[in-house]
Design a protein around this ligand. Sequence first.
Ligand code: NAI
Length: 269
Amino acid sequence: RGKRAFIAGIADDNGYGWAIAKSLAAAGAEILIGTWVPALNIFETNLRRGKFDESRTLPDGSLMEITKVYPLDAVYDNPEDVPEDVKMNKRYAGSSNWTVREVAESVKQDFGSIDILVHSLANGPEVSKPLLETSRNGYLAAISASSGASISLTYIASERIIPGYGGGMSSAKAALESDTQVLAFEAGRKHKIRVNTISAGPLGSRAAKAIGFIDMMIDYSLANAPLQKELSADEVGNTAAFLVSPLASAITGAVVYVDNGLNAMGVGV
Ligand code: NAI
């Protein structure tokens, strides 16, 4: 059979997760998706109504098939961890089995196993606040939602100063990159699983628009990166497909830049 991939963090057709799903589907993988519980309804409705059909089109003209969409909130491991107000929230009450452990169990029941895990989600409630003004809760929430994985998406704010990427998101990405290395060792030794992360350039996704300065970052990259072109989500998708494929069989613990080379610049020009 083809490979089976679970991609966590898709709720529309604009982000990196969607592009990764498409690249994997084009390479013959079966696609399972984890969608944030509050966004599930609208995503499934749009999917059913054909709103994504144009962007679901693969290079061979067929439409990407999504075998199953699971509701997911990556901040909670078990039902016991979910606070009352979230449980009672009407955007959550309609769904069940959406904590990380329950989703893993559901996938296991439905399919037995997966071959590829993609973490393409982040949430920094205080991302628009400087780190200096970030609350403990905001900081911990950013770390909780935004680190951990098998292949994941990171951002250069982990290692260089990017003013405006606040709320502990820079810290979350630093944790993610460090975890990528340690997990590569542990999962590599124990299960022969490879763990990598893509440090992506700026993309005007839904999450990025919440930060507030994404257009400025896209313009900055266009002006200063070695490759002067807008970064497309597909370029990140294709790199992810490569990294999880046998072509990358010796690559693990790596941060791979897909940013038109911007990370290599020392000064703006
Ligand atoms: P996106 O909005 O398409 O994806 C983020 C997803 O995370 C959304 O679908 C959202 O519903 C989901 N999400 C948030 N909290 C969640 C939770 N607790 N449980 C489950 N799902 C949750 O945006 P984008 O930009 O494609 O983000 C994907 C990844 O790419 C993120 O890790 C982001 O930090 C990273 N990235 C994005 C860059 C950009 O410029 N857009 C640059 C570098 C990295």
